[in-house]
Write a protein that binds this ligand. Sequence first.
Ligand code: ATP
Length: 353
Amino acid sequence: MSSMIEVKKLKKIFDDKVAVDNISFSIEKNTFTVLLGPSGCGKTTILRMIAGLENPTDGDILIDGKSVISLEPSKREISMVFQSYALFPHMSVEENIVFGLKIRKTNDKQIEEKLHYVANLLGLNTLLDKKPSQLSGGQKQRVALARSFVSEHKICLMDEPLSNLDAKLRQEMRIEIKELQKRLKLSVLYVTHDQVEAMSMADKIILLNNGKIEQEGKPKDLYENVTSTFVGRFIGIPPMNIIKFENKEDIEGLLKKVGIVISNDYLDRVTYVGIRPEDLFLDSKSSLKGTVLFSDYHGCDTILGIDLQMLSHKDPFLIKVKTVDNIKVGSEVGVSWETKKIKLFDKNTKIIM
Ligand code: ATP
């Protein structure tokens, strides 16, 4: 696979704030890449630098093998979709969609063909005469997508395009956008802080933390092969339980209780132990006991918050169980876990095994 976009040692400093810190990654042709991370980690700044709306402090951006750093935005052959839709309120849906084509003086016949192609694709045929104020949020977002797709640029940058929509519509649009990306053979770079969006849409996720790449890979890698406690906490609902230990004896004690023996070499390096709520289960025979602090009912599943007596751990230990009726807040339960799923991290929060 060849790279459509290559970002090399990209840096952005605003005043004295390092927003993007020496980042390198590549985006392959016809793939869906998600820039994921908490608010303020630098996602939008990276997108804006690729689009040419922000000048990098340092580094290079290549599109199809050529540096675009000195090209103005309109010459980069990229389309963008924003969270705010950015539609012209006084124009009809049709005028909004074809605005860019008219500016570029595309001939009328081509405009007509392209308009009907994207209107069909996005189910906008009956709305072409309406003004944006007459549309629902989902319809507005479809118009924004249509305007981007009509340009026929092969790179599409999307900045939180679904965050103004309700949960049901978001789920429908996730599937639609992914299908359109495949059908139109687009290379999409999609910014979100929503891990569900990232996990369900991405071929590749680039998880950012404070202007740096924390981990990059397929959604499955970020879920199963976390490289740090940050990734364990960021990916997965609810997040991974991370327990910090002050001394070796406590770690050894906990691991023994759940049937795990590790060599002294490893034990000396461990500071954090991680386990996902779905890899824990209730087991009355386990010697690891705890008190149920809360029970969060989700229909088929319930999340239990447990105070594990042997740990001086302040956050409740979360366990995801199939919903059953007989677990009461305040009751004592035994806890076991899938030994293969345990994660051990060093003092710098990086994975050991
Ligand atoms: P969000 O999800 O909240 O949009 P983000 O991950 O997209 O966040 P950015 O918008 O890229 O983050 O911002 C990264 C950092 O750079 C933040 O600390 C932000 O305050 C700072 N920043 C962004 N734009 C500017 C600017 N024009 N001037 C000064 N600081 C800025």
